[in-house]
Design a protein. Structure first.
Length: 359
């Protein structure tokens, strides 16, 4: 077992945390209100710069011969074990250091006790740091796995590996570019920080999301039709348009309910006098059409590898079904409790949950 591989994730996470602390950041207010101050939480956002710096430092280390380009591939099992240990240690610390809830220890460990922990006077927000750690470690894994493929099959590499890495790079970078928008999503107002988020971001996110390359990086070029990869890219960006468009429309509406989306679409609103629900544009098509976008992106990424008959890469889109369908059900339940008759009116107007005309 490689001790360096086992310790590598913890070292990367420490580096990301340090960079997050020292790199200049935007200071913005979020959507969630602090129960102590009764004001919106404030956040320091510098994720895309931290990501770029971390990847640049990795590339520099590899180019100088200090680290093998495929280090994270050759030590992937040790790295997975180290990331798992780091996630479990963080979970134990963040949960057991907070007062218990009434749900019991097991529920507290899995779901967490604190909703929005911040440290060092607000310089670090737990959720934003965890998402940054997961995204950056995922990027390192993707590039190292792709490098292994290129080194192994230098004479005939698979275009699918390059396309997969490129699409996933876009996925990570645009997520970090739109950090502020994600402050208005389900995770921030509905979830606490425990095993699900802590271990999930430190271990599951950076290692499972790369399952496609994990499965095929050491396989030769399948010489698949170019049309398959073109279709994969088109499907990916169609999904991105739905997911990003819906999230941006909701973000704009929450900040200014009268603003036109893209300067063109007048918002159509349902109101009971005290609450308002957006019922037009993306949010007039399905109640969670952004989840459909996530499904399509995942399918596009899987098809980009040009191995549609390989079962393992399909675990990635299957994961989104397992994650987002229960989340949609829970979100609908929360909205029904919060908005009551207004929510029933919205459901009557927008009957489909995720897929228009189907579900």
């Amino acid at each position: 077992m490689s001790v360096a591989g086992f310790l590598a994730p913890a070292c990367v996470y420490a580096l990301i945390t340090l960079l997050h602390l020292v790199v200049p950041a935007r200071h913005v207010e979020g959507y969630v209100v602090s129960p102590e101050t009764h004001k919106p939480y404030r956040y320091r956002l510098n994720g895309l710069v931290v990501y770029a710096l971390t990847i640049s430092l990795w590339a520099l280390a590899c180019s100088q011969g200090w680290l093998a380009w495929d280090f994270f591939w050759t030590t992937r099992f040790e790295g997975l074990a180290g990331a798992c240990a780091a996630g479990l240690a963080f979970t134990a610390w963040v949960v057991l250091s907070a007062p218990p809830t009434e749900k019991g220890l097991l529920a507290d460990l899995f779901l967490g006790r604190q909703a929005n922990p911040q440290w060092l006077g607000g310089r670090i927000d737990a959720k934003m740091l965890l998402y940054l750690i997961g995204a950056t470690m995922l990027g390192l894994n993707l590039y190292s796995f792709a490098a292994h493929h290129l080194l192994t099959f230098a004479d005939d590499p698979s275009p699918g590996v390059a396309l997969y890495a490129a699409l996933f790079s876009f996925f990570i970078c645009e997520y970090l570019f739109f950090e502020r928008v994600h402050l208005y999503t389900y995770d921030f107002f509905a979830e606490r920080v425990g095993f699900k988020l802590g271990w999930g971001c430190m271990c599951f996110y950076p290692y499972f999301y790369a399952v496609g390359l994990w499965a095929v990086a050491d396989l030769a070029n399948p010489h698949a039709p170019v049309a398959l990869q073109v279709a994969a890219a088109v499907l990916f960006f169609l999904g991105w348009s739905l997911a990003r468009g819906a999230n941006m429309q909701k973000y704009l509406f929450k900040r200014d309910p009268k603003a036109k989306f893209l300067g063109l679409l007048e918002p159509q609103v349902l109101s009971d006098g005290s609450n308002m629900l957006l019922a037009s544009g993306f949010w007039g098509v399905a109640r969670h059409v952004n989840y459909l976008g996530e499904f399509l992106m995942a399918i596009g990424l899987t098809l980009a590898l040009a191995r549609p008959g390989h079962v393992v890469p399909w675990l990635y889109p299957l994961y989104y079904v397992v994650l987002l369908v229960p989340r949609q059900i829970d979100d609908d339940r929360r909205c029904a409790q919060k908005y009551q008759g207004l929510w029933r009116a919205y459901v009557a107007r927008v009957p489909y949950r995720i897929i228009p005309g189907v579900y």
